[in-house]
Write a protein of this length. Structure first.
Length: 480
């Protein structure tokens, strides 16, 4: 474990950033270990002939915005001063010759601007805010407005941000850095979905110019909204275009995966997972990611060694045990999202997912040396999974199983923030083991010298025995 951690957090791997050489080297290292231990690789359709057999391709794209301009009618708007793009940039320049005013773009039971609106395939513009259940104006999140209009089939959306001046700098800073996403948009069934539509966020001052060109006047705003509700929205025959100067690259950053075949129900899999990636290198500083998630990655390598040793001694599990190291977790749980939708086995053959992230240190809620582990999500889909974890702990490890972050009301929402969630969304019983955050989280100072290896050892033992018990049960876990 010590040697694995030493390599994973070395300068050679440079913080294991998805899409960078350091991650590629880490993935090669893990694949080499699986080969040495006799794990079987999974088949992958259209695998490149030179690809490592333990690598499962995940297609990514990296995007960085260099510049953009937006024109409506006779006015041209400047990036940063008048507008910024939303989360999804179009692949090419966009053009429209009609713009529809849709009030607040609201579509709720107590108030809707969209019941009669014909906006499919059209660019639309909405005012900030919305109407509450008492008929009064209230502020509304831009993402909710965007989602409603996107669901109604709009081709593009223009929204107004009252806090434009306060937020634009931070937004543009993110766009000027490379943003990594999956190169293909997929739904929960693995089908290619419709890409996100363009979103333009305007300053109130700039938006007034557009409203003026559309002849949407403040004094007539309520009248215009009523027209929109009745399916007679303000439609302006007006030309618009957005020119994009952006850098785009496509690349593969594979998940690493192998399995030990079960003796009796080999078609069923207990899936152990951890993300291998971290934040990489920025401005000359390496973000080593020792705890996040060198600790989880090294723990799974130790578990792989033990399962391999048992297998060589003739002790095999009833079900197959698969172990996977994900890419792209730091970019939005992307590697696990891809695998959940493109698994090399049917998703209903994954009986359980055990996910491990940040188990190498203690947090401020616990005393130094306290033997605890946060257990998140075990009872959300199957009470049996929770009960197995409790039983194994009583028999082997006597840890403090801390369920504080399993509370659905917990504001941290960790249940939704780690890779297990992509499997839980498919109805697969899933549990997330975690030690909590600390002052070095997502900093270059998350280094190996601060790892508590005694802690890692006893937590790894607990995770190993929990996975082994789940692989050897006669019956599958029952859903709630």
């Amino acid at each position: 474990m010590l040697l694995d951690m030493s390599r994973l957090t070395s300068r050679e791997f440079a913080g294991r950033g998805t899409g960078h050489e350091g991650y590629t080297r880490a993935a090669e290292m893990v694949a080499g270990k699986l080969s040495e231990l006799g794990f079987e690789p999974f088949e992958q359709q259209d695998r490149p002939p030179d690809q490592n057999q333990y690598h499962l391709s995940v297609p990514y794209k990296g995007e960085r915005l260099n510049d953009a301009s937006f024109t409506v009618g006779s006015a041209t708007y400047r990036l940063g001063k008048d507008f910024y793009p939303g989360s999804s940039l179009p692949k090419t320049d966009v053009h429209f010759d009609e713009l529809v005013f849709v009030g607040f773009g609201q579509n709720t039971p107590h108030y809707s601007d969209l019941d009669g609106a014909q906006i499919k395939g059209k660019w639309v513009i909405a005012m900030p805010g919305g109407i509450d259940s008492l008929g009064k104006w209230q502020p509304t999140e831009l993402r909710l407005q965007y989602r409603m209009l996107s669901q109604k089939g709009a081709a593009g959306v223009i929204l107004v941000n009252p806090n434009f001046g306060k937020e634009v700098e931070g937004v543009l800073e993110r766009f000027k850095k490379e943003r990594i996403s999956l190169a293909e948009v997929t739904d929960e069934n693995g089908e290619t979905g419709r890409p996100q539509i363009p979103l333009i966020v305007m300053s109130p001052k700039a938006a007034k110019k557009i409203f003026k060109q559309m002849r949407v006047k403040a004094k007539k705003e309520r009248k215009n909204r009523i027209k929109a509700q009745k399916g007679v929205p303000v439609v302006a025959k007006i030309n618009g275009s957005m020119q994009i100067d952006q850098y785009v690259r496509l690349f593969d950053a594979p998940n690493v995966m192998g399995y030990i075949r079960g003796e009796e129900q080999s078609e069923q899999f207990v899936l152990l997972s951890a993300h291998l990636d971290h934040l990489g290198e920025h401005d000359g500083e390496i973000y080593y990611g020792a705890d996040d998630n060198g600790s989880g990655s090294a723990a799974l390598l130790s578990i792989a060694r033990e399962i391999s040793r048992w297998s060589q001694e003739g002790i095999r599990p009833r079900r197959s045990i698969a172990i996977v190291w994900f890419s792209g977790e730091e970019n939005g749980l992307l590697g696990s999202k891809w695998l959940a939708n493109h698994a090399p086995m049917a998703s209903d053959m994954i009986t359980t997912n055990i996910n491990v992230d940040m188990i190498g240190r203690s947090d401020s809620r616990h005393k130094a040396g306290q033997k605890y582990i946060y257990v998140i999500g075990a009872d959300r889909i199957s009470q049996d999974l929770h009960d197995v974890g409790e039983k194994v702990n009583e028999q082997c490890c006597k840890l403090e199983l801390d369920y504080a972050y399993n509370d659905p009301k917990d504001p941290n929402r960790y249940y939704y923030r780690s890779d297990h969630y992509n499997f839980a969304k498919l109805g697969i019983p899933s549990v997330f083991f975690f030690s909590g955050v600390h002052e070095d989280y997502h900093r270059p100072t998350d280094t190996m010298d601060k790892i508590d290896f005694d802690r890692m050892l006893y937590l790894t033992e607990y995770i190993l025995y929990t996975g082994w018990e789940l692989a050897n049960r006669y019956e599958r876990l029952k859903p709630r």
